[in-house]
Write a protein that binds this ligand. Structure first.
Ligand SMILES: [Zn+2]
Length: 277
């Protein structure tokens, strides 16, 4: 049994501020340790149910937040920047399940600690086939493209709720309850790890009955509301992206290939980073 684990950081129990999850900030060293322990809890839970191979794709900030030698389960570690498939780099059809660990709510989700959808300075809302999607829902496109079910999400309540329409079979490990964008009521880190370990074990156990792929109808449409019309116009420089004629801040991308759809979206994210404030 082989697990692909995409790790972010904002969904870790106790994390409520950008300074806690930005490399170089004094508090970061402490909070990266809490993230590492949650990633390991997910691996340990999956191991308890028989999973033996793990790839952790570090997907937060500079994407080098974990200490490779301290990863549980002899996990392989895919880290560093400029990955063509970004938060989903490394996934292929040889995996049995996808885990999303320490994920967070979408930019328009509420309440959602440190909410954003890829880039808070450029994107105010994303809908996938008409339903508000966070990074989890968008990333599920890649899982669908490779035929791998998404079986676990960890983070706050909003994160769990936002994945549900796309991956109703995923186990949810809720480790905090957001109060606002910069406050949350978190479980003690030890309890959070316990919740994650249990959910990860159930996630792997439930694979035996045949788990459903993400419930995303193809061709799929991403409707991306940018923060201003300049950003939307710039997004249309990417092939396949069109501006909504009735709403100049919104762009629409439709594709029957879910991985290509994701790549187009990521290209928009990277391109508009240049002029986002
Ligand atoms: Zn992040």
């Amino acid at each position: 049994m082989k697990i692909f684990l995409s790790s972010d950081m904002e969904g870790t129990a106790g994390v409520v501020d950008w300074a806690q999850c930005r490399p170089g900030q004094p508090e970061y060293e402490h909070y990266r340790g809490l993230l590492q322990a949650e990633v390991n809890a997910a691996i340990e839970g999956a191991r308890a149910a028989g999973a033996r191979q793990f790839l952790v794709n570090d997907s937060h900030s500079t994407m080098a937040n974990l200490r490779p030698a301290e990863l549980a389960g002899n996990a392989r570690y895919l880290s560093g920047r400029h990955k063509p498939l970004y938060m989903m780099q490394g996934l292929d059809s040889s995996f049995d399940a996808v885990f999303f660990v320490s994920y967070h709510g979408s930019m328009s989700g509420f309440p959602a600690t440190l909410s954003h959808t890829y880039n808070p300075a450029a994107i105010s809302e994303v809908r996938l086939n008409g339903v508000v999607a966070g990074e989890s829902g968008i990333n599920a496109l890649v899982a669908l493209g490779h035929g791998v079910p998404v079986m676990l999400v960890t983070g706050d309540e909003t994160t769990a709720r936002e994945l549900r329409p796309f991956c109703p079979g995923a186990q949810e490990a809720v480790v905090k309850s957001s109060v606002s964008r910069f406050s949350a009521d978190s479980l003690h880190p030890h309890d959070a790890r316990e919740v994650i370990r249990d959910a990860a074990r159930r996630a792997v156990e439930s694979l035996t009955g045949g788990a459903p792929l993400p419930a995303i109808e193809l061709p799929a449409t991403l409707t991306v509301r940018m923060r201003n019309p300049d950003l939307a116009e710039m997004a249309t420089w990417v092939q396949g992206v069109r501006q909504d004629p009735s709403d100049p801040v919104t762009v629409v991308i439709t594709d029957e290939d879910p991985v290509r759809l994701y790549r187009t979206f990521v290209t928009v994210v990277l391109l508009t980073r240049g002029i986002a404030e």
